[in-house]
Design a protein around this ligand. Structure first.
Ligand SMILES: *[C@@H]1O[C@H](CO)[C@@H](O)[C@H](O)[C@H]1NC(C)=O
Ligand SMILES: *[C@@H]1O[C@H](CO)[C@@H](O)[C@H](O)[C@H]1NC(C)=O
Ligand SMILES: *[C@@H]1O[C@H](CO)[C@@H](O)[C@H](O)[C@H]1NC(C)=O
Ligand SMILES: *[C@@H]1O[C@H](CO)[C@@H](O)[C@H](O)[C@H]1NC(C)=O
Ligand SMILES: *[C@@H]1O[C@H](CO)[C@@H](O)[C@H](O)[C@H]1NC(C)=O
Length: 445
């Protein structure tokens, strides 16, 4: 009985005690709120795990805690962790057992380089061995993020594992060479189910950068449109929501996640005449829009206007037809000592915090196990150096990125006790609950 009382109190307590991560998140208009009702702004980085090996990158050079500590040292709160549907396809083909990293490295890198990479990964991460599975590596990355209080947004980046994205790569659109719709839905559901036990999973995407399937002209002509986007995005979102109703679901537009105007402006989802209807989703308070931008902007005001028309309008309650939260899940650039001073970067550095829009920069990786057939590929856009040990451009980190992170996180939320459940309940009452809990636990011990 006492234990029942104690667990009842424990059940209610997190709503008022601000225990990180305060999940589940939900949306309210253009805001993302945590379970206490406080605004949450995603500020983070992309950590790829969708390459040919199908595990998070960098572990042949550093330990997971060392990498997560680098992210944490910036003050970031989110990792956008990417995966390939092929990983789940292989699990089903293998009697629902995941492939070991020994096998995955061998398959992707060949015998000699694969066993060398395995040796390096295990040396840096002694909890692993050749029989550790790929999902166990994802689990370990996520667990360390949780330990360091970093949220995880899980992103389906591709179907067939490998570098993304261009319109000729076979991964572009439902029905493209490698993009099997049924496998995609199965994969989203599988990952939503798997990730449900991660304490810090807050959201999942449907698909990275949907784009023109140019190698299939007939598919492009008949299917590359907003009508298809709407019906199939709904199926994917349903699959995630059915497996994990707590997760936020990120919807991207078409044209490589650059254009959400049809949603923001409530335009007809052509060639049909239906329009996007938030209230038609039974989990309407779980939907978030995501947008990417890679741009040779020359002038900030013009760039901002362009971004507004491409999707930021959704934040503007006075003109948008559909108001949803928005997160810029990708922008990125060469990590030199100069590029971060470009209009594109400095403009986003001001605009995103000013709009109170969250973001995850592309990309953490200093190198990849393999990319586009080159092993140990150097990532010149990586925040980290080739061996993931230091920042590639310390100037960018100090003068560009850190101030942008601070500016994005700066605005304080209202006091925690104004959350939904506790609304109107003062701090004294809150203390009363804690006192009761302490006394109950005291009696039990
Ligand atoms: C979120 O932040 C905005 C801007 O500061 C503020 O207007 C709004 O009230 C906040 N909402 C909550 C629930 O904190
Ligand atoms: C193995 O790694 C070495 C050194 O990184 C590289 O030169 C070689 O091309 C790799 N082998 C294969 C099969 O890619
Ligand atoms: C964005 O999409 C809308 C509607 O689909 C289209 O009319 C517009 O031309 C697009 N804008 C850009 C810059 O591609
Ligand atoms: C940036 O400049 C510093 C010296 O100021 C240098 O050590 C570093 O290698 C440079 N980084 C790049 C990416 O050019
Ligand atoms: C960011 O904010 C932290 C804490 O408020 C502060 O210590 C740090 O100096 C700030 N850094 C920058 C680059 O603004």
């Amino acid at each position: 009985m006492l234990w029942h009382l104690a667990s009842l109190i424990l059940f209610f307590l997190p709503l008022s005690s601000a225990a990180w991560p305060n999940t589940p998140f939900r949306t309210s208009g253009r805001w993302i709120l945590d379970a206490t009702g406080a605004n949450v702004t995603y500020v983070g980085v992309n950590w790829p795990g969708h390459g040919e090996v199908m595990i998070p990158e960098g572990l042949q050079y550093q330990s997971i805690p060392a990498i997560v500590s680098k992210i944490k040292s910036l003050g970031m709160n989110t990792v956008r962790l990417t995966y390939a549907i092929e990983m789940i396809d292989q699990i089903y083909a293998n009697g629902e057992a995941d492939v070991t990293i020994g096998v995955a490295l061998f398959n992707a890198l060949g015998r000699t380089n694969g066993s060398k990479a395995l040796e390096d990964i295990v040396r840096n991460n002694p909890g692993f061995s050749s029989t550790t599975t790929r999902l166990q590596v994802f689990d370990a990355v996520v667990a360390e993020c949780a330990r360091q209080e970093i949220y995880v947004h899980l992103d389906n980046h591709v179907s067939k594992a490998g570098w993304c994205c261009h319109p000729f790569d076979g991964n572009s659109w439902w029905g493209d060479t490698y993009f099997n719709t049924k496998n995609w839905i199965r994969g989203l559901g599988y990952m939503a189910e798997h990730a449900k036990s991660w304490p810090n999973i807050v959201s999942m995407s449907l698909r990275n950068e949907l784009r023109q399937p140019y190698t299939k002209p007939n598919l492009y002509q008949t299917s590359y449109n907003w009508e298809t986007w709407y019906s199939l995005s709904r199926l994917g979102a349903d699959a995630i929501n059915a497996a994990n109703p707590n997760a936020l679901i990120f919807l991207s537009g078409i044209d490589s996640s650059t254009n959400l105007s049809a949603i923001a402006q409530g335009l007809s989802l052509t060639p049909g005449s239906e329009t996007f209807s938030l209230s038609s989703f039974h989990y309407a308070d779980k939907l978030v829009l995501e947008i990417h931008t890679y741009d040779a902007a020359q002038e900030c005001a013009a760039f901002e206007k362009k971004l507004f028309n491409l999707g930021f309008q959704t934040l503007d309650g006075s003109t948008a037809k559909n108001t949803l939260p928005l997160v810029m899940t990708e922008f990125g650039f060469l990590q030199s000592n100069q590029t971060y001073k470009n209009v594109y970067v400095t403009c986003l550095g001001r605009y995103l915090p000013a709009q109170r829009v969250g973001w995850t920069i592309w990309v953490l990786a200093g190198s990849y196990y393999i990319r586009e057939e080159t092993q140990d590929y150097d990532e010149t856009w990586g925040l980290l150096s080739h061996d993931w040990s230091t920042w590639r451009s310390p100037e960018h980190i100090e003068e560009g990125l850190k101030p942008m992170i601070n500016a994005s996180l700066k605005v304080e939320s209202p006091p925690k006790n104004s959350g939904a459940f506790m609304s109107g309940v003062g701090g004294a009452r809150h203390l009363g609950w804690v006192a009761l809990l302490v006394s109950v636990l005291g009696m039990v011990h």
